[in-house]
Ligand binder design. Structure first.
Ligand code: HEC
Length: 266
């Protein structure tokens, strides 16, 4: 069966006693052999688009739901508060709530439809010709233009592994914090935790503990850093909060208030 072929490794993250299933993706040739012909999908490429100038790119791949069902079984989407974690070659982790895959249509793509190089410039992170292989998660933001404001968040590339896991609620909203801070924690998860961590939960690209770091930074520096990191450090690869977002200052303030309130745990 596909399941075995895809080298499912069910692991236990003992410290947190979460059940985690992680799968290493087969290479695109193998995936096509398993799933049949891929399809073309056209999206507004957020890494190439700036406000008012949209660049559309056609890719080749599969509906994410089809790949996820073949990796984790048909029940993968039954618990909407679980998360799908996309792990990139460099340790960047993107965690996306299962429920989002029911709201929006995502595709796991492995090539450009016209056969040109499977690369993209990342304007936000000022990187040129970034290789996207082996896999890149894209969203149909033509059917759902509200996604355009989010920029490249939730579009992980160089995806090599996928896992299905419990939500990070215990790390992000310990004790009674959920009552007041759920929205804030979701913002942190969406915009920050693909690269950073809070209390052990998050990505490995720049694995500082934001719960700790935020308490050392004054409000003005915080705002400047989140809205225009390159004005502080011209060569930084940290992206600003997406330009397209309304109320960026308020989002930055919410993140600061939340990260200050969140107790630091080792
Ligand atoms: C794509 C990866 C990425 C994302 C997403 C990201 N950062 Fe960063 N961040 C970095 C990198 C890389 C650095 C190191 C800065 C440098 O030296 O260029 C950094 C540094 C920082 C620092 C340390 C600044 C200092 O000098 O003490 C803070 C605080 C921070 N980020 C907060 C955030 C917050 C809050 C978010 C979410 C709004 C966020 N980051 C999103 C990559 C990222």
């Amino acid at each position: 069966m596909l399941k075995q072929l895809l080298k499912i490794t069910a692991g236990l993250l003992l410290a947190l006693s979460f059940a985690v299933s992680a799968a290493t993706l087969p290479d695109p040739l193998e995936l096509q052999r398993l799933l049949g012909p891929a399809q073309a999908v056209t999206v507004v490429e957020p890494h190439l688009s700036v406000k008012g100038r949209e660049v559309k790119i056609a890719y080749r791949g599969y509906p994410a739901g089809l790949v996820l069902a073949s990796l984790f079984g048909a029940d993968w989407k039954l618990q909407p508060d679980r998360e799908i974690e996309f792990i990139a070659l460099d340790g960047y982790r993107s965690r996306i709530p299962v429920g989002r895959f029911s709201t929006y249509q995502a595709f796991l793509v492995f090539a450009r439809a016209d056969g040109s190089a499977f690369r993209v410039d990342n304007l936000e992170q000022r990187e040129k010709a970034v290789p996207l292989a082996p896999y890149y998660l894209v969203w149909d933001n033509i059917a759902a233009p509200e996604l355009l404001a989010e920029g490249g968040n939730g579009w992980p590339y160089q995806v090599a592994q996928i896992s299905l896991r419990q939500s990070g609620k215990d790390a992000l909203l310990p004790g009674a914090m959920a009552a007041q801070w759920s929205e804030h924690a979701a913002l942190a998860q969406k915009y920050c935790l693909s690269c950073h961590r809070v209390n052990g939960f998050g990505g490995d690209k720049m694995p500082i503990n934001l719960a700790e770091r935020a308490k050392l930074i004054d409000t003005r520096s915080w705002q400047t850093w989140l809205l225009a990191p390159q004005s502080v450090k011209p060569d930084t690869t940290m992206p600003a909060l997406p330009e397209g977002l309304a109320a960026r200052e308020q989002i930055a303030a919410k993140l600061q208030a939340y990260l200050k309130a969140l107790p630091v745990s080792p």
